[in-house]
Design a protein around this ligand. Structure first.
Ligand SMILES: NC(=O)c1ccc[n+]([C@@H]2O[C@H](COP(=O)([O-])OP(=O)(O)OC[C@H]3O[C@@H](n4cnc5c(N)ncnc54)[C@H](OP(=O)(O)O)[C@@H]3O)[C@@H](O)[C@H]2O)c1
Length: 341
């Protein structure tokens, strides 16, 4: 029987994704009984607002999940590796934002607009994984096109904001920008080089084949979500000095020629997408305008001049929201409506 209210724990509640989770939980009037906010000893005792309530942040411990129905994890892979199985043992379903379980065959990797049916498989491990932020916006845009004309190849270049690297990424861009204007010393910890007024074609760690772990995740996760294990996909992921909102230039090769108008029509009808595409008035998706919005924005839709069956478009979305917190809560809502929790 469907419950009226669910006890929810947010692990990493003080982080960039955790803060967005609290906001989205409140905005969507999620049916919450108790909300437990968990973080490390660094933030223990901090009091955070949730609606009219004030909730004290607790230290994440082995027994933190007693009576919790849904545990939303956003505190890094090592924390999920250790504590997610404990949450499951204590009776919670886990929705995990980290990369820890995403590629495990028994763990569904879900974007509700694309593969909601996968959620039911969570019963094997008790964990549903939320994909990488740049993967989520990509598959939301690819799926409706793929349903109409099979995608044979994808080449994507992403322009990813510093909030994708968490609070410390945001702080590093601020510190460096202020220092550059004031002649101060630039501090560097999170990114390998200066990020203010710069671009870094390095997100994650380099692999032997020359790709980074972020680029590898985009390819592997897209294949898993779209059930296309052989889909050729090559990504170049670039960190840019933007606070919130990831952008991507996407080139796809289809099984047939598709006019830009048809692609635009398909994308306009697709769930979770807003098309912003009017070159005459310079109307196209931009990261600053995507901040705080739920949609995946698509624009600059055109045929690829280098390939007769090619299509090109530009995709932007709030990486903290649809790229993380909102997608996780949509999974939770889907679980509730399917009586899986
Ligand atoms: N940022 C994004 O766009 C994005 C998108 C998708 C997925 N993710 C994933 O989500 C996770 C969190 O990302 P974020 O951007 O929110 O990072 P963040 O801003 O650095 O926040 C990290 C959070 O984890 C908590 N934490 C760290 N170590 C902990 C420990 N040992 N025990 C308990 N809590 C601990 C921190 O608590 P304290 O305040 O106590 O330090 C903080 O609340 C990462 O795995 C990331 O890959 C991020």
């Amino acid at each position: 029987m469907k419950k009226e209210n669910y006890n929810v724990a947010v692990v990493g509640a003080t982080g960039a994704v955790g803060e967005e989770m609290r906001e989205v939980l409140e905005e969507r009037l999620f049916p919450i009984g108790e909300l437990r906010l968990l973080a490390s000893e660094r933030s223990a005792g901090q009091v955070l607002k949730f609606g009219k309530k004030k909730i004290c942040v607790e230290i994440l411990r082995e027994n933190s999940f007693k009576d919790i129905d849904i545990a939303l994890f956003a505190a890094g892979g090592a924390v999920s590796a250790k504590f997610a199985p404990m949450a499951v043992d204590q009776g919670a379903v886990v929705i995990d934002n980290t990369a820890q379980f995403r590629m495990e065959p028994e763990v569904p990797l879900v974007v509700p607009e694309v593969n909601p049916q996968e959620i039911a498989h969570h019963v094997r491990r008790g964990i549903v994984a939320n994909p990488n932020c740049s993967t989520i916006q990509l598959v939301v845009a690819l799926k409706p096109i793929h349903d109409v004309a099979h995608i044979r190849r994808v080449v994507v270049s992403s322009y990813q904001s510093v909030s994708g690297a968490g609070r410390s990424g945001i702080n590093e861009l601020s510190q460096q920008s202020i220092a550059l204007f004031n002649g101060g010393e630039l501090k560097r910890a999170k990114f390998p080089h200066q990020i203010a007024f710069n671009l870094l074609p390095e997100i994650g760690s380099f692999k032997d084949d020359g790709y980074t772990s972020e680029e590898w995740k985009m390819a592997a996760e897209t294949r898993k979500i779209m059930h296309e294990p052989e889909l050729p996909l090559s990504a170049t992921c670039v960190r840019v000095p933007v606070y919130i909102g990831h952008s991507a230039a996407v080139h796809v090769e289809l099984s047939r020629t598709m006019e830009a108008e048809e692609a635009s029509e398909i994308l306009r009808e697709a769930p979770g997408i807003a098309v912003q595409d009017d070159p005459a008035v310079s109307f196209y998706p931009q990261p600053w305008a995507s901040t705080g919005r739920d949609e995946v924005f698509v624009g600059r839709i055109r045929q690829d001049s280098s390939h007769p069956k090619g299509l090109v478009f530009w995709v932007v979305c709030d990486n903290l929201r649809k790229g993380a917190a909102l997608n996780a809560l949509q999974i939770a809502e889907e679980m509730i409506s399917r009586k899986l929790v």
